[in-house]
Design a protein around this ligand. Structure first.
Ligand SMILES: [Fe+2]
Ligand SMILES: [Fe+2]
Length: 198
């Protein structure tokens, strides 16, 4: 894979004002290779949750695998299962707003409904524990009339809040890798997509 280490395969500009079509052809070629590696980078980052218990009965990777496995065994489609797998991937860098991180990573590749579900699952999950922390468990009710309220409430009820069982036999991460690769190979929404690439 050409990765731009070789100076001959790099753009020549010192500032973008000098950039030429040739420069941007080089960069576009490199970005094609780089973008193909996105699924693997996401998987690698998900693995950072391995062994990270944070006081929970299972570590965060186990929770992610269990959420995805429960969704898969319940007949959810591949895009949904990938959302389930990655919904807490932001715990590492977005410790105060983890749903935003997962939602940003998934946004180009999933439906508006699935994106909204991932982006807001934190508040919906709060229904199951906010009251133990002196918070309002009904915080989610501000979205009561939203078209994706029930869809998101269902995700948390069926798959997320229920995925802390140390005895549950989940599929391993390898089982989900081809699904992640397929979902991340089909961008739907991005400002970098030309209409012809859709
Ligand atoms: Fe979460
Ligand atoms: Fe979760």
């Amino acid at each position: 894979m050409a990765d731009g280490q070789d100076i001959e395969s790099r753009a020549k500009f010192r500032e973008m004002l000098e950039g030429s079509k040739e420069d941007w052809d080089i960069i576009a070629e490199h970005s094609k290779h780089f973008n193909r590696g996105l699924a693997q980078r996401v998987i690698d980052h998900l693995k950072l949750l391995d062994g990270d218990f944070g006081g929970f009965p299972v570590d965060r990777l186990t929770h992610s695998l269990q959420t995805a496995t429960r969704a898969h065994r319940d007949g959810r489609d591949e895009e949904y299962v990938v959302c389930a797998l990655l919904h807490d991937i932001g715990d590492t860098l977005g410790s105060m707003n983890h749903p935003d991180v997962a939602a940003a990573i998934l946004k180009p590749f999933v439906s508006e409904q699935n994106h909204w579900m991932v982006a807001n699952h934190g508040m919906f999950q709060g229904y199951y524990f906010f009251h133990h922390l002196g918070l309002d468990r009904n915080m989610r009710d501000q979205f009561r009339d939203h078209p994706y309220f029930e869809y998101t409430a269902q995700f948390c009820h069926l798959y997320d809040q229920s995925a802390f069982d140390p005895e549950y036999q989940s599929e391993q991460l390898d089982f989900f890798v081809p699904m992640v690769e397929r979902v991340f190979s089909r961008p739907k929404n991005s400002m970098y997509l030309r209409k012809t690439e859709e």
